[in-house]
Design a protein around this ligand. Structure first.
Ligand code: GLU
Length: 489
C-alpha cells in the first residue's frame, strides 16, 4: 500500500456533469487501485454561485454512483475542514507569506484602467498582458493609491520563472513559458482567495499526491505549480483527463440534452452501467473488453491507459451497457425498480396483485434497456380499458386496409371461447384460428396487439393476452372495434 492521496473537488454551482463525474470516478479508481486515500473537498469559495441545493445534488449523484470517500464532508478525516470556504484564513496566511517574501505584490490598478489597456491591446491587435505597473511601486506611489482609497488585489510575481514543464501522467510533458502567464491575480480586493490559489494551498495541506482533473484545467496548472514552489512545497503529480464531447465533437452541454448524472438516474439508468460507461469513455483495458464490474475496474485501472483526446458521449452505447446490467438483476429486483417509473407516468400500481409485476417484467424480458422502458412496453397493463392510448404510428403501420379491422372484430369470438385462459391454450387456439383464416401470422397478431395495448411493441402477444386476462382483452377488442374505424381512415 503506497500513500497515494487524491481529491475530487467539485464546485457546488450546479449538478454533477457527466464529465465531472468521470473525473470523480478516475480519482476514485486510481486511489482504490493503489490502496490510496480518496478525499472529497468542496470548492465553495465562489460564494455567489455556490448553493446548498447543488451540493446536495452532487453528493446524491456521487452516492448513487457508489463512489465513497475516506475523507470529506460526512466522511471524517484529519485534514479538514473539507469546505474550502472554511480554510480562507489559511489561504490568507499563505498570501501574506508570499507578499512578505516579495513573491507577490499588491496591485492597485482599477478595473477601468485594466479595461482601457485591454482595449488598447485589442486595437493594436496584440494579446493583452498585464504590464506590471504595480510590481515595483515606490512607497510614495503606494501611499498615494491608499489615500485615494483604491482597492488592491494581490498578484503573483511570475518574474523570470523561465519554462514550466507539467509532467502530466496522461499528456506527457507540457511546457509553458512563464512570461506567457502574466502576473496573475490570486487574491481578490477583499483579500479573499481565487481558485488558482485555494487549490494548490489545500492540495498541499491535505497531502494530495496526485491531482487528476479535466483537461480544461490544464491552463491553471503552471500557475498552481509556480504558487506551490513559491510557498516552498513540491507540487503534486498531475493527470489531465480528456473532455467529454458530444457525437459531433463539441463540448457536451445542456443543448445536447441530459448531461447531469441525476438525469440518467431519473431516466432509468443503473449506476453500474454509468460507472462502466464513464470509465470506458476515456480508458481501456488491455483488450477489447467493454463490460467491467467495479471490481475489475479497480483491479485494472491505470492512468497510462487513459486516452489523450476528447471522448464522445454516445447514449446508445450507454443504453446497450445498461441493458446488460438490467439483465443481471433478478426479476423481483427489476419489478421493484420499474415501479416508480410507472407511478411517474401516472399509472396506479398500488392495487397490483402480488407477483403480477414480476410476471409482467418477466414477459417484457430483455426489451427493458432502461427501467423507464417499462412504460412503453407495459404501461398499458395498468391503464383503464378505455384509456390506454393508440400509438398513431402503430395504427398507421398495421391498419392500412380493412383486413386488420376485420381481424380485430372476428377474433373476438375465438378469444371468448378460450378456456382455460392460459398461455398454452391461448397459443393453441390462436394458431389454429390464424391457420384457418389463411392470413400471415404477423398480420393477425400485430393488429390484435395494437388493438389491446395501443402499441406495436411489447412482450410476446400470447403473454400479453394472458396477463391482461380474458375479460380485459374482450373489453379492449370491443373498444378497438368501436374506435379504430374512425382513427384509421
Ligand atoms: N472546483 C474545481 C472544478 O470544479 C476543481 C478543479 C480541480 O480539480 O482543481 O472545476
Amino acid at each position: 500500500m503506497d500513500s497515494v492521496r487524491v481529491r475530487f473537488a467539485p464546485s457546488p454551482t450546479g449538478f454533477l456533469h457527466l464529465g465531472v463525474a468521470r473525473t470523480a470516478l478516475f480519482n476514485w479508481l486510481f486511489a482504490r487501485a493503489r490502496g490510496g486515500t480518496c478525499i472529497l473537498r468542496v470548492d465553495d469559495t465562489d460564494d455567489a454561485r455556490s448553493t446548498e441545493e447543488s451540493m446536495r445534488s452532487i453528493f446524491g449523484s456521487l452516492e448513487w454512483l457508489g463512489l465513497d470517500w475516506d475523507e470529506g464532508p460526512g466522511f471524517g478525516g484529519d485534514s479538514g475542514p473539507y469546505f474550502q470556504g472554511q480554510r480562507v484564513e489559511r489561504h490568507q496566511e499563505c498570501a501574506r507569506q508570499l507578499l512578505d517574501e516579495g513573491k507577490a505584490y499588491y496591485c492597485y490598478c482599477t478595473r477601468e484602467e485594466i479595461q482601457a489597456k485591454r482595449e488598447q491591446a485589442q486595437g493594436e491587435k496584440r494579446p493583452y498582458r498585464y504590464d506590471g505597473r504595480c510590481r515595483d511601486l515606490t512607497e510614495a506611489d503606494r501611499a498615494r493609491f491608499e489615500t485615494e482609497g483604491r482597492t488592491r488585489t494581490v498578484r503573483f510575481n511570475v518574474g523570470d520563472s523561465g519554462r514550466i514543464v507539467v509532467k502530466d501522467l496522461v499528456l506527457g510533458d507540457v511546457a509553458v513559458e512563464a512570461d506567457t502567464l502574466d502576473d496573475f491575480i490570486f487574491m481578490r480586493p477583499n483579500f479573499s482567495p481565487l481558485y488558482n490559489f485555494t487549490s494548490p494551498v489545500d492540495d498541499a495541506d491535505m497531502g494530495i499526491t496526485h491531482v487528476i482533473r479535466g483537461q480544461d484545467h490544464m491552463s491553471n496548472t503552471p500557475r498552481q505549480i509556480l504558487l506551490c514552489e513559491a510557498l516552498g512545497w513540491t507540487p503534486p503529480a498531475f493527470a489531465h483527463i480528456p473532455m467529454v464531447h458530444n457525437l459531433k465533437g463539441q463540448k457536451l452541454s445542456k443543448r445536447d440534452g441530459a448531461v447531469g448524472v441525476e438525469d440518467y438516474r431519473d431516466m432509468g439508468f443503473l449506476p453500474e452501467a454509468m460507472v462502466n460507461y464513464l470509465a470506458r469513455l476515456a480508458w481501456s483495458g488491455e483488450d477489447e473488453q467493454e463490460i467491467f464490474s467495479v471490481q475489475e475496474l479497480t483491479d485494472q485501472f491505470t492512468l497510462e491507459r487513459v486516452g489523450k483526446s476528447p471522448s464522445r458521449f454516445d447514449i446508445q452505447k450507454l443504453t446497450w451497457l445498461n441493458a446488460h446490467y438490467v439483465g443481471l438483476k433478478s426479476v423481483s429486483e427489476r419489478a421493484a425498480a420499474v415501479t416508480p417509473f410507472l407511478v411517474e407516468a401516472g399509472h396506479a400500481v398500488d392495487a397490483v396483485a402480488p407477483g403480477r409485476m414480476e410476471r409482467i417484467v418477466d414477459a417484457v424480458g430483455d426489451r427493458l434497456h432502461t427501467y423507464a422502458d417499462i412504460v412503453t412496453y407495459a404501461g398499458y397493463f395498468f391503464a383503464d380499458d378505455d384509456a390506454y392510448e393508440f400509438d398513431p404510428a402503430a395504427l398507421k403501420k398495421w391498419f392500412k386496409g380493412p383486413e386488420a379491422l376485420a381481424v380485430v372484430t372476428d377474433v373476438r369470438a375465438a378469444i371468448a371461447g378460450i378456456d382455460p385462459f392460459d398461455l398454452a391454450t391461448i397459443e393453441e387456439v390462436m394458431r389454429e384460428w390464424i391457420e384457418q383464416r389463411g392470413e400471415k401470422v404477423i398480420r393477425v397478431l400485430q393488429p390484435i396487439r395494437v388493438a389491446v395495448t395501443g402499441k406495436m411493441v411489447g412482450p410476446g402477444l400470447f403473454d400479453v393476452l394472458e396477463l391482461l386476462g380474458k375479460e380485459v382483452v374482450l373489453a379492449r377488442l370491443d373498444r378497438a372495434a368501436a374506435e379504430l374505424p374512425e382513427l384509421t381512415t
